[in-house]
Design a protein around this ligand. Sequence first.
Ligand SMILES: [Zn+2]
Length: 237
Amino acid sequence: MNRYIDKFTEEEILKVIKAYLVDGLSHRKIQSQILGLPAPDNGGGYVVMNILHYFNIKGDKKGILTSQNINNLIKNATGNYCMGLKKIKAYFLEETKAENIIKGLNTDNIINTEITTLTKQRVGQYKLREYILDIYEHKCALCDIDKDDLLVCSHIVPWRTDEKNRLNPKNAICLCAQHDRLFDRGYFSLDENYNIKYGVKADYKIINLLKHRNFRKPIENLPDKQLLKVHFDSYCK
Ligand SMILES: [Zn+2]
């Protein structure tokens, strides 16, 4: 019986294992950086140690994936250790798959049963966010906010309503938290020339807030005009 394994999401558990096997981080570092838990000098990595022990991962395996091939390790592994490695491998494959979709490359639809759909979606969302922040040079497309933790990978047509455009970079814009919310709630959209187009809900206070704002284009993958039209028609009218 493991005290911690059910208290975290699959994604968190996988990040913990990855940080230990790939990055070779200490228990304490993983505990504070990945799980966001306090990790005092004395016994601070206990939660992480406990999780890793569930997968039979002890000190001799720290950073093992920097020097050894994961397929070889899986071949010789047994039990929960083997299961953990297979999940990590699936996680890497999902990352590559998401990257290929975002870059518009052909991708084999590898069916991977080792990790849950939820984790797959999160991996995709995370990869898209990384890419969108990069092409907007880590700055809101409408203002000067340039702090990553205030920036949002804002979907034009929401994630939940349009499955095929979930990882389409032309269906996303890098916005700060405030501009994301105004966009998401239909206070404004962008027209075919990427000028601000107000929604019916926008009163003079909102218009005052936005009237001097100009859309700054990304270095590639401009937002899709058809999707912007769908956004305006669905949320701004
Ligand atoms: Zn902004």
